[in-house]
Design a protein around this ligand. Sequence first.
Ligand SMILES: C[S@@+](CC[C@H](N)C(=O)[O-])C[C@H]1O[C@@H](n2cnc3c(N)ncnc32)[C@H](O)[C@@H]1O
Length: 325
Amino acid sequence: MMMRWSFCSLSVGADMSIKEVPHIPVLLDEVLSFVQTIENGCFLDATTGFANHSYEILQGTSLDMLCNDKDMEALEFSKKKLSPFEGRVKFTNKSFSKLEDELISLNIKGILADIGVSSYQLDNLDRGFGFESEVLDMRMDKRSDLDAKFVVNNYSKEELERIFKEYGEVRDYKKIANVICDYRKDKEIESSKELATLVARHTRKFSKINPATLVFQAIRIEVNGELEELKSLLLNIENANISGLKVLIISFHSLEDRIVKQKFKEWTKKCICSSEVMRCECGNNNQKGKILTKKPITASIEEIEENPRSRSAKLRVFEFNTKEI
Ligand SMILES: C[S@@+](CC[C@H](N)C(=O)[O-])C[C@H]1O[C@@H](n2cnc3c(N)ncnc32)[C@H](O)[C@@H]1O
């Protein structure tokens, strides 16, 4: 198994300089084994992050690449890291939902979306994703208007309950929403640290995991519209309907994995008639391609030991039919 720690001494962002950006790519060998079957054309890394997957794809294939991330800091870092491959790489700073033109115009043959947050985003206290952070932000894209501070201090009790229940599957979602609403009557919640402390004070601890983990997950999903973005990426891919396209999606929680699983299954359906019609009217030939991973691929024990964050990663791969020209 190939396992790479990627510690790079580069400057990240205009106003920030960090000595080391640790990010370990998950399921790297597994991703490469699918990408290496693509003979030529352009590969889209929709979630470039710190370009660990991108670097290895450029190194291990002759594909050109479009490297996308909505986080400008990540993209600036990746531009430097991928400079040895100048001429083969282009960059774009968009959300998934805005990538439809690139899919069609660039002869894209494969796509990787390693969704969620990067280790850098999680560990960098300026970004507000971590429990110790003095800010309450959690935006992957700093251009976006909605941040965690707004959600926590302005959403109604019912809205907070909904996101904690739907996006965090938080057991005590009503209680936590109530606690937040009571607390903010006296003062605004200003930092992730303050929020994590408040949640911890009112939650029973069942394991070593921080009790605020699921609450933070829920807020992050809301702030970044993560589920809607994933659905929109899959819809753009479906509409592009590119001959032979390979789609690789790595998800980190069941809500995302369910969306990917259902969409891939839908793409294999021959008949797309509504359940109300008595007899098939669609021609029964609507299968778009095949699922290449009967079960999702997960990290090996060795990978999990080296990188505990890989334990919840699930890779699913779909291949669109090759069209006769
Ligand atoms: C897990 S990291 C990717 C790590 C990368 N594969 C590597 O090996 O360095 C996920 C990245 O996807 C980006 N991202 C997440 N959702 C996105 C979206 N909807 N549109 C664009 N980028 C997104 C995040 O900003 C983050 O940098």
